[in-house]
Structure formats: structure tokens, C-alpha cells
Design a protein around this ligand. Structure first.
Ligand code: CP
Ligand code: NVA
Length: 310
């Protein structure tokens, strides 16, 4: 049985296989051909943080696959009153078929993966957001930006930056990460990215100069400067991230046909200007929609792997 906790756990071939499956499922859905790949299956969706895209896309995705989803807010569960994670995991594993978790700590996912006996999907932790990056790469494929692309990530060295590092490291493309001093990606992720890049030939560069990162890039991307749970750091971060907004001048440094991606929600006037977000809105909202298609691919792929093993 496989889980979807981090792209680190996947080979390049597996990532591309899931994306092919997602492309097939997306084509079917576009002609309303909803094949019940997961008929009568239940997906638990455990949230310890807010969500718009993740919640809606998993819920609708499971419905379109012929299954059912359950929205589980940790504050409504006994988990939120101190029931041990491992007990909650074992209970859920007896009743549902798959679980998606959005939580603060990657260790909660690891514990669910260890004790639940069902596939666990990472719906965002402080460390990674791998389902988002699958949607981002699907969007790059659709935009013809998947042939040796140069990707520039400008902003916070957070879960999205870490996930870009895993994706580039696995697929072998060039990634430039520009963060202000003190907001670099975690050292353990830099080490993991180095290890996997040695195999794939990926080039991952870290800089404190956004212009250097964006120079002739094919894809420019960013994320909020204030991840969920960091609201108290707002004033400090706004000061420290001065010069890091992706605006039209910054986009001009990239290739003339470069695209802009944003996982959303976007904070206009901070990490991205109103003009850039609206100029690239078609692509950014394709990217959001692709969450639905790619996660259906991930769930069907996980189910296929479980059936192969059993
Ligand atoms: N990008 C993303 O995961 O959005 P939500 O927080 O709305 O789920
Ligand atoms: N880095 C952001 C991503 C939101 C989708 C956060 O963790 O809040």
C-alpha cells in the first residue's frame, strides 16, 4: 500500500504515471464521463487548518469518482480533545478507505500512515504541499512548459518552496529559489533536494536576489508571505519581504512567453501585484482547477496500488 505524503517518496516515473492518469480522468470529466473508479469508497478529509481549494476539490473529486467524502474538523473530533492520534487513525482505518489530512506537523501524517492501515494523502503540512505541486506541474504540461523548464520561486522558503524543490529534484529541471535572508528553505529539505538532484540532474539554486532567480525563467511563481499559523508575524514579514513582490517589472526579466503560477489564496500588493495576478488569471485558475483533476488521479492511483498488493 502506498501513501501520498511527500514527492520525496516517489520516482520520476511514478509522478509522470499519476499525471498521465490525471490527464485521462480530466479528459473524461470534460465530457461528463464520470467513471466510478472509487465506487462506494469513503474519503476522510481531516482539517486542522482552513481551506477552500483542498476541501472543495477533494470532496467534489471523490463524488465524481463514485465515492463519498467526510469533512472532519479536528476541533469537532475527539482528536481535538486529546484522543491519541494513533487511536484516531486506527478507528478511521476501520471505517473509511482513504484519508486526506491538512495539519501542522508532518509527524501527524506519519502516525496516520503507520496506524490507520489505509492510504494517507498530505493535504498540506508546514513542511510540504505535494498535491498542489502535482496540479502546478499539470498546468505546466498544459502550457507547454514541461520541456527542461527554468522555474523561479520568489518568496518565503515554506511548504510550497519545499514542494517545488522535491518536484524539481525528482523530475530533473532547473529551479531557482529566491528568499529574503532568514527565510530560506529548511536545511533538511535542502539536503534531501541535493540528494535527489544528484540522481535526476536537477539544478536547484538558492539566492537572496529575486532578479537573479527570475532572469530568463520560463515559469515564475510565489506564495503568501504569511502561511497559516503565522498571522502574528505579519508586520515583521512585510518589512523583511520588501522587494519580493512579483510585479510586472519582475515578470519582464523572465522570458517573454513566461507564465506565472500561484497556488492561491493570493494577497495582492504583497507577494504578487494585482496586475500580474489578473494578467495571468486564466493560467492561475486553471492551476486551481487542476487540483480537482490531479487529486482524482492520485486517489485512483493509490487505490490501484492497494489492489495490486492485496
Ligand atoms: N492552495 C490551497 O491549498 O488552497 P486552500 O488553502 O484553499 O486549500
Ligand atoms: N504556504 C501556505 C500555502 C497555502 C495553500 C500556507 O501554508 O498557509
Amino acid at each position: 500500500m502506498r501513501h501520498f505524503l511527500s514527492l520525496y517518496d516517489f520516482t520520476k516515473e511514478e509522478i509522470l504515471e499519476i499525471l498521465s492518469l490525471a490527464i485521462k480522468i480530466k479528459k473524461e470529466a470534460k465530457i461528463k464521463n464520470y467513471i466510478p473508479y472509487l465506487q462506494h469508497q469513503s474519503l476522510g478529509m481531516l482539517f486542522e487548518k482552513s481551506s477552500t481549494r483542498t476541501r472543495i476539490s477533494f470532496e467534489v473529486g471523490m463524488y465524481q469518482l463514485g465515492g463519498k467524502s467526510l469533512f472532519l474538523s479536528s476541533s469537532d473530533l475527539q482528536l481535538g480533545r486529546g484522543e491519541p492520534t494513533r487511536d484516531s487513525a486506527r478507528v478511521m482505518g476501520r471505517m473509511i478507505d482513504m484519508i486526506m489530512i491538512r495539519t501542522f506537523d508532518q509527524k501527524v501524517l506519519d502516525e496516520f500512515a503507520k496506524f490507520s492501515g489505509i492510504p494517507v494523502i498530505n493535504g498540506l503540512t508546514d513542511k510540504y504541499h505535494p498535491v498542489q505541486l502535482m496540479a502546478d506541474y499539470l498546468t505546466m504540461i498544459e502550457q507547454g512548459k514541461d520541456k527542461n523548464p527554468v522555474v523561479a520561486y520568489v518568496g518565503d522558503g515554506n511548504n510550497i518552496a519545499h514542494s517545488w524543490m522535491m518536484l524539481a529534484g525528482k523530475l530533473g529541471f532547473e529551479l531557482r529559489i529566491a528568499t529574503p535572508k532568514g527565510h530560506e528553505p529548511w536545511q533538511e529539505i535542502i539536503n534531501d533536494a541535493k540528494e535527489i538532484s544528484a540522481i535526476s540532474g536537477a539544478k536547484i539554486m538558492y539566492t537572496n536576489d529575486p532578479k537573479e532567480a527570475v532572469h530568463k525563467a520560463d515559469v515564475v511563481t510565489t506564495d503568501t508571505w504569511l502561511s497559516m499559523g503565522q498571522e502574528d508575524k505579519k508586520n515583521q514579514k512585510i518589512e523583511e519581504f520588501a522587494g519580493y513582490m512579483v510585479d510586472t517589472n519582475m515578470m519582464k526579466l523572465a522570458k517573454s512567453d513566461a507564465i506565472f503560477l500561484h497556488c492561491l489564496p493570493a494577497y495582492r500588493g504583497y507577494e504578487v501585484s494585482e496586475e500580474v495576478l489578473e494578467n495571468y488569471a486564466n493560467i492561475v485558475f486553471d492551476e486551481a482547477e487542476n487540483r480537482l483533476h490531479v487529486q482524482k488521479g492520485i486517489m485512483v492511483w493509490l487505490e490501484e496500488k492497494r489492489c495490486l498488493k492485496s
